[in-house]
Design a protein around this ligand. Structure first.
Ligand SMILES: Nc1ncnc2c1ncn2[C@@H]1O[C@H](COP(=O)(O)OP(=O)(O)O)[C@@H](O)[C@H]1O
Ligand SMILES: [Mg+2]
Length: 507
């Protein structure tokens, strides 16, 4: 039998972003007519790999082949000309334009030199109906619709671009269960029509249901490519996480029970009616001694700004924050003095990369370790002990922080707060961009702090991170707390749908 080459191939593809080794010698084959799912933890390299396939990342090592021929994509337009379209995780829609314009973005039907609106509206209606999503007013601004419709507009755009390869990077993250059903049916129809679909999703039921083959990435490596029929969720979770991931397993396997175990403990932080104009409004929140409360929201929901405001980086227009009964007001200095520590979502905000680890660790404590200028020897010794506790690798207090991997830089920031544990620790996105092992270590440190009595507010846009360790979970959407989940079973789907502004009443 003559072997035709795959439609698209990667051979030994390698990609680094500075110190991050995002893809390590990846091989990948994609055939016409298949749905090929790509799964892996946050940070495993899925989006990076797909951005290479779609011409978004042109600089990498290794080779890409199109129908057996080596090819070097210069940019996304080049990929589109070849027939490769990608629906990005970060949507590229324009909410202020109409639904129809978003479907046709960049290639609106023209009459002479002006846009043929009538035709565009008719065709957009037709396309959405054909995709199984009728009933959307294509003349309305996209902004009038929930995030799910934004995602659908982007899907419609890719599907109608005539592409032969369609890459969907987490396309259902904001879709309702019914919209998801329809999208999965569409994916199957595309494959039946001979297209190749790459499907990235964190929802493993979806993946095993829709895919023909599944490739698993872990920490930038391809660990397996499997026939979907011959595998199951448990095996996928094992391959994605490896053996090291105790906390994360529950986030993937399905439900996790959140217990309101600390409500009897004294309230350490009380937030009432806190409002920061255009970011969040009327936030009420209580943290008890020794508990980890998750605050989950989509990017832009206001949850990160809430963390910044608690730390005193913004001045709220209304409401109050009390720490052990005393009003907390003033900037970060006052917050630290009162016992509130803060870990920003971007590590660079909190680190001096050229300075050695020990200086970064002892920075907030200089006044206390011994005199105005503490002996370096004491700082280094103190840091050495902390480096051990957080599992810093290499455990060298004298090395510049910039020379460590992202996960280890995060451990340096955490070590800083172990010198003298705070009363309240507000941590934003503490495990973003880390490999599974480092994530586990970071969450373990948070657990240990909570066991010592610290009240932890864990703010994240990664449902897995929140589910892994939080005991109660609050969901924020458009600047408001829309769900309090305690003393019940919680699934990732529930979190994501609540954050997208739709309650999922089943479950
Ligand atoms: N533009 C970038 N600059 C620096 N690091 C990046 C960039 N894009 C991705 N990374 C890093 O590369 C790794 C893989 O990221 P990504 O491909 O987005 O993972 P996934 O999509 O599987 O969650 C992560 O550690 C991430 O932080
Ligand atoms: Mg991604």
């Amino acid at each position: 039998m003559p072997r035709t080459p795959p439609l698209l191939e990667l051979r030994n593809v390698d990609k680094r972003f500075g110190g991050v080794h995002a893809l390590k010698g990846i091989d990948f084959e994609l055939w016409s007519g298949e749905v090929h799912a790509l799964v892996g933890e946050n940070g495993a390299g899925k989006s990076t790999m797909m951005k290479i396939l779609a011409g978004v990342i042109p600089d990498y090592r290794g080779e890409m082949r199109w129908r057996g021929e080596p090819i070097r994509l210069k940019n996304p337009r080049h990929a589109l000309e070849l027939g490769i379209a990608m629906i990005h995780q970060e949507l590229s829609v324009m909410p202020e334009l109409t639904v129809a314009e978003n479907v046709f973005l960049g290639r609106q039907p023209l009459r002479g030199r002006v846009v043929d609106w009538r035709r565009m509206f008719l065709e957009a209606e037709g396309i959405l109906a054909e995709l199984g999503f009728g009933g959307i007013d294509v003349r309305a601004p996209l902004a009038d619709y929930p995030l799910g419709v934004h995602q659908l507009a982007e899907v419609a755009r890719a599907v109608t671009s005539g592409a032969r390869v369609i890459i969907m990077d987490e396309p259902t993250s904001a879709l309702s269960p019914m919209e998801t059903e329809r999208l999965l049916a569409l994916v199957r129809r595309l494959a039946a029509a001979g297209k190749a679909v790459v499907y990235i999703s964190h929802f493993l039921e979806e993946v095993t249901h829709v895919a023909d083959r599944i490739t698993v990435l872990r920490n930038g490596e391809r660990v397996a490519t499997l026939e979907a029929r011959a595998t199951d969720k448990a095996e996928l979770v094992r391959l994605m996480l490896g053996r090291e991931a105790r906390f994360f397993e529950s986030s993937y396997v399905g439900r996790r029970r959140v217990a309101d175990a600390h409500s009897g403990e004294p309230a350490v932080l009380e937030v009432r009616g806190l409002t920061l104009p255009r970011r969040f409004a009327d936030v009420d929140l209580t943290l008890h001694r020794g508990e980890i409360v998750g605050l989950y929201g989509l990017i832009g929901s206001g949850h990160f700004e809430l963390g910044e405001t608690l730390f005193g980086l913004h001045r709220p227009s209304r409401g109050q924050v009390r720490l052990e009964g005393r009003p907390l007001a003033g900037g970060p200095g006052a917050a630290i003095a009162a016992g509130l520590a803060y870990l920003p979502p971007s590590r660079r905000q909190g680190l001096f990369l050229q300075k050695p680890v020990y200086q970064n660790v002892t920075l907030p404590w200089l006044g206390r370790i011994g005199g105005v200028v503490p002996p370096v020897r004491r700082e280094v010794a103190l840091t050495r002990g902390l480096a051990d506790r957080v599992g810093l690798r290499p455990p060298d207090p004298l090395r510049a922080v910039g020379a460590f991997s992202g996960g280890n830089q995060q451990k340096v920031v955490l070590a800083r707060w172990l010198v003298e544990p705070p009363r309240v620790f507000v941590v934003s996105e503490p495990t973003r961009g880390m490999d599974v092992g480092a994530k586990e270590e970071v969450l373990k440190i948070l657990k240990e702090l909570a066991e010592k009595g610290v009240a932890v507010l864990l703010i994240s846009s990664e449902p897995e991170t929140v589910l892994a360790v939080a005991e109660r979970i609050l969901v924020m959407a458009k600047g408001r707390i829309v769900e309090h989940l305690e003393d019940r079973e919680v699934t990732k789907e529930m979190l994501v749908h609540a954050a997208a502004g739709e309650m999922q009443r089943s479950a």
